[in-house]
Every structure is written in C-alpha cells, then in structure tokens.
Design a protein around this ligand. Structure first.
Ligand code: URA
Length: 210
C-alpha cells in the first residue's frame, strides 16, 4: 500500500468514528468518499443524500447517475477520479449543511486533499465552491479554473441543480466537456513547475487560457 492509500484508509476510519458525534446523530452511514489515492482529479459535492446514506458511498442516487454521464462527457471513468463531499454524513431531510457540520468535516477533507494531492479539484455546488471562493456567485464563475496553491480549482454547478432545472443542463455539460483541456493545462503547469521554470501562486488566480 502506498502512503497515500494508507492515509485514505485512516481518514475513512476517522470519518466512520465521527458518526458517533451528536452532530450527525440522524445519519445511518458515514460517506467518506472513494476513488484512487493517485487520482489527478477530485470532485467535491455537498453532502450525502438518502441513497448515499444507505450505501455509505458518494453520488449513487439520481445526481450520481447524472454525474456518471457528465464524467463520460469529460472522457473520465468513475474509477479514475476521487469523489467526496464537504460534509460526510447526511443532514436530516437533506437540508443544507450547517456551518457547524461543514467545520466538523473540514479536517477530513483537508487530509483527503493532502493525501491525494490532485492537480484539479472540481467543486460541485455552492458549499464546496465557498471553501475556495467565499461569496463567489456560481452563475458567474462556473467552469472557470483558478489556480490556488499550485492546483486548479474549477467551480461547477451541482448536478442536482441541472436535474431540478433542465435549463442548467447544457451549461454543466459544456463545463464538463472542457475538463480534459483543464487537466492538460494543469499537467503542463506541473511539468513546468517541476522543471523550475515557475512558482506556485498562493492567491486565487484566473487563468487566461480560456
Ligand atoms: N449530492 C451530493 O452533494 N453528494 C452526494 O454524495 C450525493 C448527492
């Protein structure tokens, strides 16, 4: 097992333990997230829903089926990517996660990002977007990659938003179709950085390539 795989197993165990917290009393199963430890791209949603809570796996309900279709538009397979959520336990009745729940789950997500060290992170919906772009308007910034601490963060609409409002569907599909290009750009930047011709930026920076 690689160090990253080992770290992900330990994080998943910690997430499992977290189910005992009073804060997450109504959840049935913890949903740590899943995917390879060397994934180049990570998708971060909001919180588990009914089916995810039942199965302990992320994005397995209707939004998850649509996410699978979107991944194929980006020529990606589920088995190539890491999928998780900002909050690892289902909020009662699928209500929005609270700041307290988000804060309680932050160390898990921080550790997952550190272990996987993905080139690209796609945030799905406003809760994960807010982590990098607090106060950002998803309708304005969706699909536009920004470089943050050496990786590209791409805010996108939540797949469920496209299911609830069919007029959003072409928009999220177009954003997913651009992912291969964004991944290639991230790879190019990594190669340049490792050859010493670039420096990491600490501030969010909009890319000029699109
Ligand atoms: N919606 C999310 O944000 N995450 C899931 O895992 C499922 C639905």
């Amino acid at each position: 097992m690689t160090a990253a795989e080992d770290a992900l197993v330990r994080i998943a165990e910690d997430v499992q333990q977290g189910l005992q917290s009073d804060l997450f009393r109504s959840a049935t199963n913890a949903v740590p997230g899943e995917g390879p430890a060397d994934a180049k791209i990570m998708f971060i949603g909001e919180a588990p829903g009914f089916h995810e809570d039942r199965q302990g796996r992320p994005f397995v309900g209707a939004a998850g089926q649509f996410l699978d279709e979107l991944l194929s538009l980006a020529h990606l397979k589920r088995s190539d990517v890491f999928i998780t959520n900002i909050v690892k336990y289902r909020p009662p009745n699928n209500r929005d996660p609270t700041p307290e729940e988000i804060a309680a789950c932050k160390p898990y997500l921080d550790q997952q990002i550190a272990a996987i060290d993905p080139r690209v992170i796609v945030t799905l919906g406003r809760f994960s977007m807010n982590r990098w772009f607090p106060g950002g308007k998803i309708t304005r910034i969706h699909g536009q990659p920004r470089r943050v601490e050496g990786r590209l963060i791409v805010p996108m609409l939540h797949p469920a938003a496209a299911l609830h409002r069919p007029e959003n569907r072409p928009l999220i599909e177009a954003d997913f179709r651009r992912l291969p290009e964004i991944l290639a750009e991230a790879e190019r930047h990594e190669t340049e950085a490792s050859s010493g011709s670039d420096t990491d930026d600490q501030e969010p920076q909009q890319l000029s390539l699109f």
